[in-house]
Design a protein around this ligand. Structure first.
Ligand code: KG4
Ligand code: ZN
Length: 331
């Protein structure tokens, strides 16, 4: 079995995965959403402090599996350096004391492998990764052959939901909150501009849309904005945010219809986005893969699933050589 740890942002999570069957033996996650909600976003130092409390608590429940462990896996990039450090420190201590190898896992590959938890991998797959930190399209041919073919020029899809939510004091994380509030709103009330509409390139941008929403909120009275106006802003914003992604993904399908397509990352839980992608794939006879909702946001089960493949390839990292990275340029 492999014990995997995830602490790249505001979720403390540990999983145990059986190497041969890929079955998830144990999985627990403690989210910090409530604690960060008052600040309207993740406060890195607070997140790190909360990992220090939560990770040992979860680990305590895993002790019975220690004799069966063959490796320790941990997310080491990309993420918040102070929070990644907490997971990496725990992983190093475990690998050292149990005298087993250490596996450093790329968090983005983790999101991709959230599709394959307790399942075999399916490649080649074109992947839309939408999270709080990333908005990318990735051509994935295998674990070691992944290429980013499109990215955001500024904010990410999930982040724009977080910021819109914060502007109206609705709380964190913004994605599910804006989605929920939008259900009560009129999506056609505000005509926000779809970003990069005239540009031929397949790339994303959310800062312009965010500013358009900010200006509209100011016009509606800023802090005194009425409840129904909030709902209408949420619905109109979400409609535009998804229209932008869809316009670019359709462009990609025009260039070449992918055999397999998937959406991963925390924001892949967005129903409007899921529905629009489902329709597009159906129309083009593309097989669509979606992670289960419980594995869309950050978790250690997806890290453990990548680690099984790395273990089979003997892709280990020396305890003294593991580093944490805030960003990665490519896979
Ligand atoms: O993957 P994730 O858990 O963490 C990162 O790696 O960033 O993604 C969290 C992001 C947050 O920005 C959150 O607001 C967004 O995913 N999110 C959503 C939805 N659920 C979560 N965005 C839009 N619609 C949702 N339903
Ligand atoms: Zn993530």
């Amino acid at each position: 079995m492999i014990l995997s740890i995830e602490s790249s942002c505001d979720d403390s999570s540990i999983a145990i995965t059986d190497i041969k069957s890929k079955k998830l033996i144990y999985h627990k996650k403690i989210s910090q959403e409530l604690q960060h909600s008052v600040y309207g976003g993740v406060v890195p130092e607070l997140a790190a402090r909360l990992h220090v409390e939560a990770l040992p608590k979860i680990l305590e429940e895993c002790k019975e599996y220690f004799p069966k462990l063959k490796a320790i896996a941990v997310t080491n990039a990309p993420g918040l350096s102070v929070t990644l450090m907490e997971g990496v420190t725990m992983a190093k201590a475990l690998a050292l004391s149990l005298d087993i190898p250490l596996i450093a896992v790329n968090h983005l590959k983790g999101h991709i492998y959230s599709l394959f938890i307790e399942k075999d991998e399916v490649f080649p797959t074109t992947i839309l990764l939408v999270s709080g930190g990333h908005t990318q399209i990735i051509e994935a041919n295998s674990l070691n052959d992944m290429k980013i073919i499109a990215s955001t020029l500024d904010d990410s899809f999930g982040e724009s939901f977080d910021k819109v939510s914060k502007m109206m004091g609705l709380g964190y994380p913004g994605g599910p909150i804006v989605q929920e509030n939008g259900l009560k709103g009129d999506e056609d009330r505000f005509d926000f501009p779809v970003p990069l509409r005239q540009r031929p390139n397949i790339e994303f941008s959310y800062s312009g849309l965010k500013n358009a929403v900010r200006m509209q909120i100011e016009k509606l009275g800023d802090k005194d904005i009425k409840e129904q106006d909030k709902y209408d802003v949420c619905a109109s914003f979400e409609k535009t945010a998804v229209a932008h992604i869809m316009q670019k993904v359709k462009k990609l399908f025009k260039q070449k219809i992918p055999k397999n397509f998937a959406i991963v990352g925390g924001a892949s839980a967005n129903i409007r986005l899921r529905t629009a992608i489902e329709e597009l794939c159906q129309k083009n006879n593309t097989k669509l893969f979606l992670s289960q909702l419980k594995y869309c946001s950050d978790n250690a089960a997806m890290i453990g699933r990548v680690a099984v493949e790395q273990y089979n390839q003997k892709d280990f990292t020396l305890i003294d050589e593991i580093d944490v990275q805030t960003r990665i340029k490519d896979f």
